[in-house]
Ligand binder design. Structure first.
Ligand SMILES: *[C@@H]1O[C@H](CO)[C@@H](O)[C@H](O)[C@H]1NC(C)=O
Ligand SMILES: *[C@@H]1O[C@H](CO)[C@@H](O)[C@H](O)[C@H]1NC(C)=O
Ligand SMILES: *[C@@H]1O[C@H](CO)[C@@H](O)[C@H](O)[C@H]1NC(C)=O
Ligand SMILES: *[C@@H]1O[C@H](CO)[C@@H](O)[C@H](O)[C@H]1NC(C)=O
Ligand SMILES: *[C@@H]1O[C@H](CO)[C@@H](O)[C@H](O)[C@H]1NC(C)=O
Length: 354
């Protein structure tokens, strides 16, 4: 019994609060699902026509073939693993491979992706990366209004040359990709595919494969083992940016029937990459700025990291909070030393006498 009560106190009550919290700030349109498997799907994204803002934000939730369900970008094979209201998507994309085997056969693939309008490959979070000891990798494709091509070379003479965590041209090279990219083609070339074939032992050296991919920089750290290990890896994560339409905030605001920042407590900002605009909840609010009433007041008093008031001195107000001293006290109610001090009766009467 005692244990049961304890369980109630520590588990049930937070669970109930959490439930209320998540109901009160729904991130999807009414009557729309806000999840696909492990991925939460905030509007403007949606899994059916009535639930997304534009076809670019269509998430194909495949629940017949996968358990848990998997989210795909539109009708593509691009698998989405997270969507943020800040304007990013994490997706998994095929890596390019170029492998040679003893019998002279070559296994090779040049993957490419094309992403919908209103999305762009994030140019700061991703790096084009090539792994190999005798290889050149290229990334090319389309940006807004033009084409691009870039790449890097990775060479090494022996496995001893390779350093953990160092991607600087020996066994691994990296380069940035430009802004506004919506099509990515990846190709690999060998300088000399037989260079590492050892005629004495009749064996391929350690690096019979090379690889190239656009990857989320924080998700990939080079290790010499990648030369073998990546052989069994099909996809790696990359970051896409999304924004609304192709207008600036100023011109989008002129047409209220299409302006996407529907919440009263939201603001419009221009992204650093791609076209269009994004909506954000104002400071002191959180939720989904793309929905009417989507940005809700944050109760800063419930979270000690959001307010600087002394215990029990915090009063939540719309979009902010105040530290208030109770009757009979003076001061600012703050933890930085300007707390509440009891107004002393003595000094009060002394003052009165004087
Ligand atoms: C789900 O995925 C399978 C395998 O990739 C595919 O054959 C099927 O058409 C997909 N279903 C939908 C609704 O996209
Ligand atoms: C050559 O070797 C590879 C892997 O070792 C194998 O997959 C392939 O079928 C072989 N090709 C021929 C023509 O024997
Ligand atoms: C990218 O690949 C596609 C299909 O393979 C091709 O049509 C297109 O011309 C390529 N673009 C560039 C810039 O290489
Ligand atoms: C405003 O947006 C609506 C809905 O997208 C569109 O039908 C209409 O043509 C736009 N009006 C102007 C003046 O651009
Ligand atoms: C690219 O991604 C990084 C990290 O997620 C983010 O801080 C940055 O704002 C993104 N760029 C754009 C244009 O959204």
């Amino acid at each position: 019994m005692a244990m049961g009560l304890h369980f109630l106190k520590t588990h049930f009550i937070p669970a109930i609060l959490l439930l209320f919290f998540s109901i009160s700030i729904s991130i999807a349109k009414p009557n729309c699902t806000d999840r696909c498997g492990n991925v939460s799907i905030p509007f403007p994204f949606g899994t059916t026509k009535d639930c997304y803002l534009h076809r670019s934000f269509f998430v194909n939730c495949n629940d017949t073939h996968y358990d848990p369900s998997k989210a795909f970008l539109g009708n593509s094979a691009i698998n989405i693993t997270s969507i943020s209201l800040e304007g990013q998507l994490q997706v998994w994309q095929f890596i390019a491979k170029d492998c040679y085997s003893l019998n002279g056969s070559r296994y090779y693939n040049d993957p490419w992706i094309q992403i919908p309008r209103y999305l762009a490959v994030n140019n700061t979070a991703n790096k084009f990366t090539v792994v190999g000891c005798d290889t050149r990798g290229f990334v090319s494709g389309n940006r807004v209004d033009r084409k691009y091509q870039t790449g890097c070379s990775s060479l090494c003479a022996s496995e001893d040359d390779l350093d953990n965590g160092s991607c600087s041209g020996v066994g691994c090279c990296q380069t940035s990709i430009p802004k506004d990219v919506w099509r990515v083609n990846i190709t690999l070339e060998s300088f000399n595919q037989y260079k590492n074939y050892d005629n004495l032992t009749n064996k391929w050296d350690f690096n019979s494969c090379s690889y190239a991919f656009v990857v989320e920089e924080t998700s990939f750290t080079f290790s010499p083992r990648n030369l073998y290990g990546l052989r069994n890896v099909k996809k790696l994560p990359m970051v896409l940016d999304w924004a609304i339409g192709n207008e600036t905030c100023e011109s989008a605001k002129k047409n209220l029937s299409s302006y996407a920042c529907l919440s009263n407590n939201s603001e419009c900002r221009k992204p650093d990459n791609g076209h269009g605009y994004r909506c954000y909840c104002l400071k002191g609010y959180r939720g989904n700025p793309y929905l009417v009433d989507g940005c809700e007041d944050i109760d800063e008093c419930k979270d000690p990291s959001l307010n600087d008031c002394e215990k029990d001195r915090c009063v939540d107000i719309e979009g902010s909070f105040q530290c208030v001293c109770p009757k009979g006290y003076q001061g600012e109610g703050k933890t930085d030393g300007r707390g509440c001090v009891r107004i002393r009766g003595e000094s009060l009467s002394l003052k009165l006498v004087a």
